[in-house]
Design a binder for this molecule. Sequence first.
Ligand code: AMP
Length: 301
Amino acid sequence: MEMIAEPERFRRACDEARRSGTEVGFVPTMGDLHQGHARLIKAARDDGCLVALSVFVNPLQFDSAADLRAYPRGLERDRVVATSLGVDLLFAPSESAMYPRGRPGISVDPGLLGERLEGSSRPGHFRGVLTVVAKLLNLAGPCRAYFGEKDAQQLALVWRMADELNVPVQVMGCPTVREFDGLALSSRNARLSPQERRASVALFEALSEAATQVRQGERRGDVIRAGMARRIAAEPLAALDYVAVVDERTWEDVGQLDGPARALVAARFGATRLIDNARLPWSGGEDMHNGGMHGLPREGA
Ligand code: AMP
């Protein structure tokens, strides 16, 4: 595995791979690699790509300095894990290499969807995400880029950006990897106390309950949202941020379920904020464990 810190060297390495006839599979991450990231890397490998992984904790997408400081960093461990997962190129730039003049004056406007849900709870978050993703995709060049459904709103926004700004990448969505009890893997999970860790299963249970309601014929968005909120409220260690049921194509709140939809939830457990989401079952569609993002190429599909 080749390790690269210099953006222009990363660009050249990706260019060389393409010149030799290999497709580049790019997996952007903030490091602290876990099985969720491994799933994306495996998808890129299974697609026959040269796997390029980036590890960069992007300051632009943090709305709190304390959250940015607390974000786990461990490049040496990530290097070992990436090697074992068969990554070919590990791009780990410094902050000054990515932003040599400090905060960039030009950024990507995520539009109205960027202000809702996660964007409403974390102002500026998606502008920061799309700006760094645009930079990274410009460096990687034409490629397949792999993102997790764990961050479904981010995946939808990256897909829209690539589509609307003609970025020459194919955005690939990969299913959420979960712990044995349903908690979605996240670098933030390690911050949970044992009690908070037990309580955090409420997120998956709220999503499961929403799926069950739909399977039993419930179509009213408000009723499904209320059921999810009740499940979170029943957990004393959870503080609800939002629940949502959105149309998977438009991301508008669903009044009456009449097509592919996604349930989303965000809550705090002590100082740790966790998010999760799942596609709701739909007639002829998939269930919440293997559902793909509507309109996006799905790995294995
Ligand atoms: P992060 O390092 O948290 O910024 O995540 C990097 C990429 O990994 C993003 O596309 C995430 O959506 C994806 N990812 C994070 N956690 C998971 C998970 N549990 N399952 C699948 N993908 C994930």
